[in-house]
Ligand binder design. Structure first.
Ligand code: HEM
Ligand code: CA
Length: 246
């Protein structure tokens, strides 16, 4: 969450530019409140992990214990993001390879993708499926494609976003998986989870059984929370989440 400096911070990478400012503000405000009572103890990385847990619980999703003790990084580079985040146009093989690098299985990947049961996506991230050379992507349900084209016309402003789960956009539930079976997957990376035989059984079972989804999601979030954790001389507890300590 290091503030932009010469447009070269992690926040400035193309994939991160669309992240909503109020998310960053929430972490900064929580950090300020914690520092008042208990200075120098809780890292910004831990606050972010707790905030992710809490927003899921607040949207009637599952609740889990966050492993704590991460340190904040000492480096923030725009150029370090490319190639390390999955893209919305990726298919299962590529996605699975990327998650595997972080010790996450296909089951973890399908469960974590269920986070797209809430939240927004900008039109630019899926416009290729609506206005590509071959016409509308045939894996979209036709009525859903029409709805997306109405919300995201060809010349739409880069700021316009739509719900990722068109049916229950504010509830953290398993509707995302039922959507995939009905051609309501917003990104290729969503829809392909249903199309590909390697991931489809998990999609089908999460669509049928929300408890199974919640258990798998909790487990996968704990595993995700262990990825790239900084310790010892590789990190610090920032006083201000937007700046390295001086
Ligand atoms: C499987 C690979 C994934 C891909 C390709 C992917 C891709 C994307 C894209 C392109 C957006 C839209 C961003 C925007 O337009 O502003 C998005 C939004 C979002 N993603 Fe993912 N994502 C993936 C996995 C995950 C995981 C693992 C989580 C969390 C556990 C997650 C949680 C979210 C949330 C909550 C949003 C909404 C953000 C908002 O409302 O501002 N995604 N994702
Ligand atoms: Ca939902």
């Amino acid at each position: 969450m290091i503030a932009s400096r010469g447009n070269d911070a992690e926040k400035d990478s193309p994939d991160n530019l669309s992240l909503a400012g109020d998310g960053f503000d929430t972490v900064v405000r929580a950090k300020a409140a914690v520092e008042k009572k208990c200075p120098g103890v809780v890292s910004c990385a831990d606050i972010l992990a707790i905030a992710a847990r809490d927003v899921v619980a607040m949207s009637s999703g599952p609740h889990w214990t966050v492993e704590l003790g991460r340190l904040d990084g000492l480096v923030s580079k725009s150029g370090s993001v490319a190639g390390r985040l999955p893209g919305p146009d990726m298919r299962v093989r590529e996605l699975a390879a990327m998650f595997a690098k972080s010790n996450l299985t296909v089951l973890d990947m399908v469960a974590l993708s269920g986070a797209h049961t809430v939240g927004f996506a900008h039109c630019t991230r899926f416009a290729g499926r609506l206005y590509g050379r071959g016409g509308v992507d045939a894996s979209y349900d036709p009525a859903y494609a029409r709805q997306l084209m109405a919300a995201c016309p060809h010349d739409v402003a880069a700021t316009i976003a739509v719900n990722m789960d068109p049916i229950t956009p504010t509830a953290f539930d398993n509707t995302y998986y039922a959507n995939l079976a009905g051609g309501l997957g917003l990104f290729t990376s969503d829809q392909e989870l249903y199309a590909d035989a390697a991931s489809r059984p998990a999609v089908t079972s999460f669509a049928k059984n929300q408890t199974l989804f919640f258990e798998a999601f909790k487990e996968a979030m704990v595993k995700l929370g262990r990825v790239g954790v900084k310790a010892g001389k590789h990190g610090e507890i920032r006083r201000d989440c937007t700046a390295f300590n001086t």
